[in-house]
Design a protein around this ligand. Sequence first.
Ligand code: PHE
Length: 438
Amino acid sequence: MASGREQFGSNMAAVMAMAGSAIGLGNIWRFPYMVGQGGGAAFVLVYLLCVVFLSVPILLCETIIGRRAQAGTIGAMEKLAPGTGWKWLGILTVISPLIILSFYSVVGGWSIGFFFQSLSRGFCVGDTGNFAAFTSSLWMPLVCNTLFIFATAGVVAAGVKSGIERFNRISLPLLFIFIVTIMVYSLSLEGSSEGVRYLLKPDFSRMSPRVLADAMGQAFFSLSLGVGTILTYSSYMKKEDNIVRSGMGTAMFDLAFAVLAGFAVIPAVFAAGIEPGAGPGLIFETLPFVFASMGEQLPFISRLISIIFFLTVVIAALTSSISMFEVGVAYLVEERHLSRRRAVLYILLGTWALGSLCAVSPAVFDFCDILTSNYLMTFGGLLFVLFVGWKMKRSDVWGEFTGEGGQRGNARIFGFFYFFVRYAAPVVILLIFLSNLL
Ligand code: PHE
């Protein structure tokens, strides 16, 4: 099966694809409102620690499995643990990203809707309830979800190199240029310094076990862990690529983007005199209000920024949704021997149907969100680290981690990594899982 398999063209291309998967609504939609709810800088600090000490090792575990097996999730389990119950981990991680995609595409759809609105007429101060009106209308969320999911399918249909790799190579630099532009605008607003202070000065009195668990959950979600997307992308990496470097690179890009998004959103919210604790509606309810009220002084600039902002959200969401979509496609192509086009068609029909349900029913939306974000991702992550720590041969893990011994720096930290993956990581992930359960 490995012969004739598509691969990313270079280490950089692999990092960009993985960073594309990581950078998404998690950074620009979820991160700012979680910072807002979790007490600003204190949350950011905890989040940072979680990324470095938890997310990166888990990400490396997925990479080790994917690149060793040179196959998607189910194929990888069959190759590395043939005839065992680990196959169920493969099955689980084909299903979970498709469930995530179903509600994710709805939010992607909202972003498309808001992008068109900023393009066509912009936001007015009197528009309060705009978001509620948008989401409670029947056809708008459906149409926008459809547009989003078809765009995702279009990129994946073009293939690993000419679709996914090319799309990420163009999108990633654009995303950074856009978010920096928005940040500069946001920081230039009068009253924004209050927001900057909020992001930089930790308020530990707001810390609680809940906030801690939220930060860990966010570190999982933002790096696309536990659902086989990183595993699948890693299976397209070349043997000579340095996985530690690419794992760190992915985490750095993701972290940088989240922090930039925080500085783009929160100071603007403060400048408009609003508290940033609005929750999930922060970028769809609060920000349009910010754009509208700023627009009274600077109509052109504020309109332009709102267009760029929602375009950024759409692109960031797409670079992630294609990674979820690809997991199912890789399975159908490699294990079911379908053509890529047919595989894309089947996944499209499935996710479109479930996505449409999520678009019209908040109950289904919440169910898919909670099921995946709180349970399936952490559960999948736990099983991935257990697989690398206890099921794979140590020599295989070592081979992947150190480029068969050639990457000296990696060889030096291998012992620490292996110990962490065998003992510490499973305990920590289990604790997050249990805390979510309770
Ligand atoms: N990491 C993505 C984000 O931050 C979400 C995602 C989750 C992508 C799981 C793929 C798999 O938006």
